[in-house]
Design a protein. Structure first.
Length: 176
């Protein structure tokens, strides 16, 4: 009789469907949240990159038109204007690196790697706005700390775990 009761209890347990939705959700929750947080992280990174790019283009126009030369804007002021123009700047004011260089001709605008072999950011800030009719290359580099840092988006990181967001503008100064 005891054997028959345990068999009936086992059959009843296997036929019971209470809580199935909770168990299925528990199985699917982790992949779902990884996808959601991954989308949030990537979209936020692209948004900050677009904001940096738009800000660099806008503020670099001040060099092109001669406003920076006439107002005697320093490198610190130039960086502050870029960061203030961005909607979400996070650590922009402390982390942003800027290189403003005069090019002798367009063929000297070579693309270099701002990250050295050990994974550290190897950018020396320069600020030479040139004079009228000079070719100017403005490059900005912003180390980005992931907001949702429980998953790795890629292996292309700095040695401290941050990503590098950058923007460049190449133009010819107007005669001033």
């Amino acid at each position: 009789m005891r054997r028959r009761k345990s068999f009936v209890s086992l059959r009843r347990l296997l036929g019971d469907r209470d809580g199935v939705a909770a168990i299925e959700f528990a199985i699917l929750a982790l992949p779902l949240f990884i996808i959601i947080f991954g989308i949030i992280e990537v979209s936020l990174m692209f948004f900050v990159n677009a904001a940096l790019d738009a800000s660099v283009h806008k503020i670099s126009r001040m060099i092109r038109t001669g406003e920076v030369a006439s107002s005697k804007v320093t490198l610190a002021d130039f960086k502050a204007r870029i960061c203030n123009d961005m909607l979400l700047s996070f650590n922009c004011s402390s982390d942003l690196l800027v290189k403003v260089s005069v090019l002798s001709d367009l063929s000297s605008a070579a693309s270099g790697n701002p990250i050295d072999t050990s994974g550290k950011l190897a950018v020396t800030e320069t600020y030479n706005i040139g004079k009228g009719s000079d070719y100017i290359l403005v490059q900005t580099f912003l180390p980005w700390t992931a907001v949702v840092n429980f998953l790795s988006l890629s292996s292309a990181k700095l040695s401290d775990g941050r990503y590098l967001i950058g923007s460049s503008v190449l133009f010819r100064n107007e005669p001033f």
